[in-house]
Design a protein around this ligand. Structure first.
Ligand code: SF4
Length: 713
């Protein structure tokens, strides 16, 4: 393959997977830009993909562990031996009736990913790497509107009309993760006369461009939104047409009763936003032609489900569901199923679903996937025996990373690892692969085929896109998907009757009258050309049992940790540890790093001391620093209830005095660049949420976001 020219493909330096074009000269990747045919933009991470591609740290052959887990001692083996080790173990696991004790940890960047098929066919547990940080949001939107998971679907900012309001609530949208076009879309909407409001205790890059910055108290966002809803409903400013036609009968009356005492004044005491500001923004939102809110779990702390519930109610009463500039709902592309389709095991019945041994206690909260942090707990319980990780780094970038590292190294009374096999597919050694039994060299996103289809992918509407190999892979690299298909053919042949990955995608694309080749000839994208607003009008309603929007969640009436309407008070943890740990740690995102870290952390272009993000100091407000007699550049110890780090302080008025901030994704010491740069991981401080299952599980996990800390000089 000696390609030359500008070739369309898809970035994967972060989970946004933007459409890019890559300049290749005689088979060598030279340059990356956004694809102009797909509203193209490439961020700094995307453009630095060239450095990643040719990193001297690329893995080029399979390796087997020879020391203890975590020591990082390996010997070279063949692919045949590697695949044989895995399939032998998986046959053994299945023979023991424990197939569901396999899981794979990977980012499901497309529902076409054959790893899902492998897990379902084998009987393993479905992947654990869905960003559990937004699971509360997904759950809330499913409960409110029905339908497919509403993951990662920000408002289509390019559709915001003049006068529309764009609200970012604890969301660092300019830091990538959504789409490199987002900053441009938001700024162009502002130029069209839309208003940008940022609700965040941290003065982010977005706040710097905002018309209004609301430095809210972390965890106060539920109260803030409920205060706005109260003002809108009590004063008759709600969308009467939407409420009358599309909200389930009886729910609005119940909402009015619930709101009776939730005045802006009362909510102000909780969220530390003046009541006048709550009223002002509520009135503006009620009058605006559109309001879009982008958030994940909200503004830190563990009340994500309540916040997401309030968010859904707010969007419903203001008539901003599935309208231009409002909250789009996902749609489904008619891809063809690859028959026969495997049926996944009933994980809840098997006793291993999200809440694991406590499943009966929390039955109502079972969710579609396990969060990654649950791996550590499941290993200790004996519920996880084989873990295959692909392009993810739970040993570093999940909260409670130490807990994960300790769990994978834990042994039983016979001296055997409780986790019997840990496999890492990666392009370069990571903290996770350092702990693995097998390290398998994956192909980079410039070397492999991938059909991408994501119903939540707003920039293409309900379209599909193609990632294609544009350069040769080094050494013996193989795409993890090819390896999973090979193993599927051996372990569950009835479900793997296609030839290879491309034929698998060809079957799926046949539903659209397409094939991989045809899609390639079309420039790599297919879209119906519309993101299909107000689909509920033509679809006969919403996907809920009543086909209307459900504001009231009756299944949570008796729930210990949530309610049929949102709780507005701050989480218990927040209040319980205030005296000992007076600061909230805000974990923020930068454009230089993606959440899973290793690829961007170990990239020289992104760690450059002038144009990149080399260190990761603790940001502290000067007022708070003065009280503690801390000065710029001092090295302090930050302690949380579960960990501590020594770190330099950088004074900044960007952060509330009751908060401190750390960038997320740092701390790796593996790789030539990473080991030469400074920066601690926020996860040294953020606890393993599995340790507080009673609470965390219900609200969707507060992964990567916050904890309470104290500063010791
Ligand atoms: S946001 Fe940047 S790194 Fe992420 S996919 Fe888009 S271009 Fe690549």
């Amino acid at each position: 393959m000696e390609k030359s020219g500008w070739i369309p493909t898809m970035c994967y330096q972060c989970k946004a997977e933007c459409a890019i074009i890559a300049r290749v000269e005689d088979g060598v990747l030279k340059e990356i830009r956004g694809n102009p045919n797909s509203r193209g933009k490439a961020c700094v991470k995307g453009m630095s993909g060239v450095s990643l591609q040719y990193s001297p740290d690329r893995l080029t052959y399979p390796m087997k562990r020879v020391g203890e887990r975590g020591e990082g001692k390996f010997e070279r083996i063949s692919w045949d031996e590697a695949v044989d080790i895995i399939t032998t173990k998986l046959k053994d696991l299945r023979d023991r009736g424990e197939a569901h004790k396999l899981t794979a940890s990977f980012f499901p960047h497309s529902i076409t990913d054959p790893k899902w098929r492998f897990l379902n066919a084998y009987g393993g547990f479905i992947n654990t790497a869905l960003p559990h940080c937004d699971s509360a949001k997904i759950l809330a939107w499913i409960k409110t509107t029905g339908g497919v998971p509403n993951h990662h679907i920000p408002p289509a900012w390019f559709t915001v009309p003049e006068g529309g309001i764009m609200m970012l609530a604890g969301r660092h949208a300019f830091g990538g993760l959504e789409d490199a076009s987002i900053p441009k879309d938001i700024l162009e909407a502002k130029e069209r006369g839309a208003k940008l409001v940022v609700v965040d205790p941290f003065f982010t890059a977005e706040a710097a461009k905002a018309d209004q910055w609301i430095p809210i108290r972390p965890g106060g966002d539920t109260a803030f939104f409920v205060g706005m809803i109260q003002h809108i409903v009590a004063n008759g400013m709600y969308d009467r047409e939407f409420v009358a036609n599309w909200i389930r009968e009886g729910d609005f009356k119940k909402l009015q009763d619930y709101l009776a005492d939730k005045t802006p004044e009362r909510m102000s005491e909780i969220c530390d936003v003046p009541a006048e500001t709550i009223r002002q923004l509520a009135e503006e939102c009620a009058m605006a032609p559109s309001v879009g809110v982008d958030s994940f779990k909200g503004v830190m702390l563990g009340n994500a489900l309540d916040f997401s519930h309030a968010w859904c109610i707010f969007m419903a009463v203001t008539g901003n569901i599935d309208n231009p500039g409002g909250q789009p709902l996902p749609d489904l592309v008619p891809l063809s199923p690859v028959e026969p389709a495997p049926t996944p095991p009933s994980l809840h019945d098997l006793g291993w679903h999200r809440t694991g041994p406590d499943k009966d206690k929390f039955e109502k909260y079972s969710f579609i996937m396990e969060p990654t942090w649950y791996e550590a707990q499941a290993i200790r319980n004996g519920d996880l025996k084989v873990l295959m990780v692909a392009e993810a780094n739970p040993a570093l970038t999940e909260m409670g990373d130490y807990s994960w590292q300790k769990a994978v190294c834990e042994k039983d009374e016979n001296g055997n690892y409780k986790l019997e096999l840990l496999v890492s597919f990666e392009i370069m050694l990571s903290e996770t692969s350092k702990h693995a039994d097998l390290v398998l060299p994956d192909k980079s996103y410039f070397e492999r085929w991938e059909l991408l289809y994501m119903p939540w992918w707003y920039n293409f509407g309900h379209g599909v896109a193609l990632r294609q190999p544009i350069v040769e892979a080094p050494g013996e690299c193989r795409h993890a998907n090819d390896v999973f298909i090979e193993m599927g053919k051996e372990l569950s042949p009835e479900y793997f009757q296609f030839d290879d990955l491309v034929s698998y995608y060809d079957i799926e694309l046949s539903g659209l009258g397409l094939s991989v080749k045809k899609l390639q000839e079309m420039g790599g994208h297919w879209s119906p050309g519309s993101i299909g607003f107000r689909k509920y009008e033509t679809a006969g309603g919403f996907g809920t049992p009543s086909e209307k929007v459900h504001l009231y969640w009756e299944d949570l009436e008796e729930a210990p940790w949530s309610q049929a309407f949102p709780r507005v008070d701050l989480p218990l943890e927040y209040r319980a540890v205030l005296d000992d740990y007076p600061f909230v740690l805000v974990s923020y995102r930068t454009i230089f790093h993606s959440g899973s870290g290793q690829w961007t952390f170990n990239n020289p272009q992104l760690r450059d001391s002038i144009s990149g993000f080399q260190e990761n100091p603790l940001l502290m407000n000067p007022v708070a620093a003065k009280e503690l007699d801390v000065s710029e550049g001092d090295t302090i110890t930050a302690e949380s209830p579960t960990g501590s780090v020594q770190i330099q302080v950088k004074l900044s008025e960007r952060i509330r005095p009751d908060c401190v901030a750390l960038g997320h994704g740092f701390g790796s010491t593996v790789g030539g660049v990473a080991s030469a740069c400074k920066g601690v991981s926020d996860n040294r401080l953020i606890p393993d949420a599995g340790a507080t299952l009673d609470y965390q599980d219900l609200i969707g996990g507060e992964a990567h976001v916050s904890t309470r800390v104290r500063i010791v000089k």
